[in-house]
Ligand binder design. Sequence first.
Ligand code: OFO
Length: 160
Amino acid sequence: MRSAINAQIREELDSAYLYLGLSAYMDGLNLRGCAHWLRMQWQEEIQHALKFLDFLLQRNCEVELKALAAPAFSAKTPLEIFELVLAHECHITACIHELYALAVVEHDYASQTLLQWFITEQLEEEQSARDIIDDLRLAGDSGASLLLLDRELAARQAED
Ligand code: OFO
């Protein structure tokens, strides 16, 4: 379980790095609201990594930080970018579910409690990405609608 949680810390930091890259890309498209939303997401992923890391420390387990790869993506349009976000979140959900299954096999009740928080969080993560994708599909080729959506995304606040 310790080793699997260490691997998940890297997954969360990878997510953060990906979203930071996507945020910078969106800023380059002058979609500053999308860039802001993705930067908030970057911050949230760092919090997720810290939640796992602090859990290991609390249990007196060794933390092994692993190397991160540079984020690489071929998505270009806002719709493609948020489809990538959703696909990535689905991947993270699968990782969390695997971790939970392992915690059950190992009778690791403390990990199960921690992971229940992440299971709920992943529902929200996927839903947020789906909502933005739906809005982008509705906006279609309308620059005015995209601008409105971009302004809406600019309002995202950091979570506690
Ligand atoms: Fe950590 O939830 Fe997104 O990746």
